[in-house]
Design a protein around this ligand. Sequence first.
Ligand code: HEM
Length: 424
Amino acid sequence: MIDPVLTDEPSLADAYSLPLEDINLSDPYLFSQNRWEEYFQRVRDEDPVHYLKDSPFGPFWSITRFEDIVAVDTNHEVFSSEPFIMIGDPDKTIPITNFISMDPPKHDEQRAAVQSVVAPRNLAAMEDLIRERISAILDQLPVGKSFDWVSSVSMELTSQMLATIFDFPYEERHKLVYWSDMATGAPELSGGTAEPEERFAALNDMVNSFTTLWKQKAASRKAGSPVNFDLISLMESNEDTRDMITRPEEFMGNLGLLIVGGNDTTRNSITGSVLAMNKFPDQFAKLRANPKLIPNMVSEIIRWQTPLSHMRRIAKRDIELGGKLIKKGDKVVMWYASGNRDERVIDNPNQVIIDRANARHHLSFGFGIHRCMGNRLGEMQLRITWEEILKRFDDVKVMEEPERVHSNFVNGYSSMQVKLTPKA
Ligand code: HEM
């Protein structure tokens, strides 16, 4: 497989040739050119709590080892999620806020209001629908000819699921994916490439659509319809969130959070799982021979892929970590992608080992009060996808190195050509 490095892209230096203090782990090219592993390896070994005094995102600390990340993530009294959890600072002209970017008590109230949408009872009810949808997607794929797995499968499935959990008009579901990409794709947030005007228009469109949906649902409840188990209806019927529509920055922010939460992450895990089975063909053989390994493989893939590379915090007081003094007000970035490659905690971390013991002990869902709300839903989608793939195909062959997203936040793929071999 050949890495497609475009000619006008900067060519990154060897990670070991740079002065340590100049290493910039927020450079999105590390991710789009798939060079992040070597850079993080060096910092993990030589300067695990690393300070960069100047970057496009301002000065920031990088936390790169597994145990240090857990220590920061579980200490929300010192490490605040406010005002935002991506390395960049939000654009002040688009005022949004959401519960992933809030500390207690507001965080806890708003999370509690929507949590039941992914309660075990609801997930069990969703299982058949997810299987039906993934089956329909897989049955329509071209066999024996190359096509893009990202748009045909990963995006299609996640947009259908999002439309379901929001009870959003099904035929307009692709808008959800587009809005999500726009929400995280700003250069100042993640080093992405979304243009400000397009981004603004997209987010505006999102607010208008959801406002209409919110009002329609409220009207139908008033007319006597029972409460649905979709996110909007749950928010409308909960005391802490029922008037969210009157607080536009929270309304837009929380909906954006749920769209982004359920979109890029699952999409990139699905693509990453196919890539991993190609990079580690012995593991693919093991999986074909024993499909009971799928649930463990799902956790291993989510670790290996780490769909969100980082979350950031702000120190609320001076605190020492790894022998360094983090000052009140400093920006602290927990690099989950690096912690998940920390050989101090995970044996052979660069390898995908689908029957790895304790595979669920990874950082991809975070730790502490903000631990991913949709983790079981994400895992379930991936599990069902693989159960259905193995029923139909002997091989999903990746034809060339995928194109990767230009972002230090979303660790994923924009396209990946594959060819299917049906089951003999
Ligand atoms: C929070 C990753 C799927 C909704 C998070 C966090 C991470 C994450 C890293 C922040 C954790 C922290 O700060 O400690 C992932 C990954 C997924 C996934 C890797 C799939 C493989 C989903 C899905 C949903 C979702 C399907 C949709 C319901 C959320 C929400 C939060 C969150 C609402 C905020 C929780 C809070 O602040 O209390 N996720 N996520 N996620 N995720 Fe996920």
